[in-house]
Design a protein around this ligand. Structure first.
Ligand code: PTJ
Length: 261
């Protein structure tokens, strides 16, 4: 048993553990109540994807690592779901690629901004941006537009997991290279991104870090070749096909017997 009282032998152990983390995030003032709904939506897509990283997502995660390593100023944006699900993992990724961590919320409140920043510090972050909120993303309403002048406003590459479509579009309109992690391949954020990663954040972030470690000695020319060889539309199509055709879904994974838990 674990701290969340789910036996590891349970067929849906990973998904239940993820759910409990989001619940705890809400209880600790980190995750918004809407974060629960977003998690449910994500779970449904993940179930259809077979709860695994597709080869197309793995390729996109390698491209994301190459972008972050090439960047002048990479920033990893953290919202309430990301902070609850992968706090250690985002701190590690930011360290490996030399990125800033910035709290950036859809439902922004000062309390939640502070709670998330403290939570990331508890998980090893030295500096957390976002609290100054002294710059604006044009074209968005007040709270969602707030970013740090020396953070996302200055970044050339931003990793924005579980982003809402409007802000994803606004960020990409600023000419920033946007890497989006979203289990829904049809979402506007995924469609807007230079690098859409259709994978669960709990698998995607550690895998981007693993690719970044692997590419640590690569030359800029090698990294650029990886970035230039990527086709975002093909990555989205591959994920959509996997969902529609169910080739990688739970039925295939269990040899014809769908899981009913
Ligand atoms: O903490 P805040 O205030 O910034 O709010 C964060 C949420 C996620 C609540 C907010 O941005 C929101 O409402 O997002 P949406 O519009 O519900 O979109 C969330 C997207 O993330 C959906 O397309 C989900 O399928 C996807 N998603 C949910 N859980 C995961 C996920 N993608 C990857 N990994 C997950 N674990």
């Amino acid at each position: 048993m674990t701290d969340v009282e789910v036996p590891e032998s349970h067929p849906r152990y990973d998904s239940l553990r993820t759910r409990h983390r989001i619940e705890a995030g809400v209880e600790n003032g980190i995750t918004s109540k809407q974060g629960l709904i977003a998690e449910g939506r994500g779970e449904a897509f993940d179930y259809l994807l077979g709860e695994r990283t597709l080869p197309s997502a793995d390729a996109a995660e390698r491209v994301a690592a190459a972008h972050l390593l090439l960047a002048r100023h990479p920033v990893v944006s953290v919202n309430g779901n990301v902070a609850a699900l992968v706090p250690d993992e985002v701190v590690e990724l930011a360290t490996v690629v030399g990125a800033d961590l910035e709290v950036n919320l859809f439902n922004r409140t000062d309390e939640r901004m502070r709670a998330i920043a403290n939570h990331l510090r508890d998980h090893g972050a030295e500096e957390v941006k976002g609290l100054a909120g002294d710059a604006r993303i044009p074209g968005l309403d007040h709270a969602r537009a707030a970013v740090d002048a020396d953070g996302i406003a200055d970044a050339d590459v931003v990793l924005v997991p579980l982003e809402d479509g409007d802000r994803a579009e606004a960020l990409s309109a600023l000419g920033k290279t946007e890497i989006v992690v979203d289990l829904n391949p049809l979402s506007r954020s995924a469609e807007t991104a230079a690098v859409p990663i259709v994978d669960n954040i709990v698998r995607a972030v550690p895998n981007i870090t693993a690719h970044a470690r692997d590419l640590a000695e690569a030359s800029p020319a090698e990294l650029e070749a990886i970035v230039n060889g990527f086709d975002p539309e093909a990555a989205l199509r591959a994920a959509e096909m996997a969902i529609r055709e169910g080739r990688s879904g739970p039925r295939a994974a269990t040899d014809g017997h769908a899981k009913h838990d």
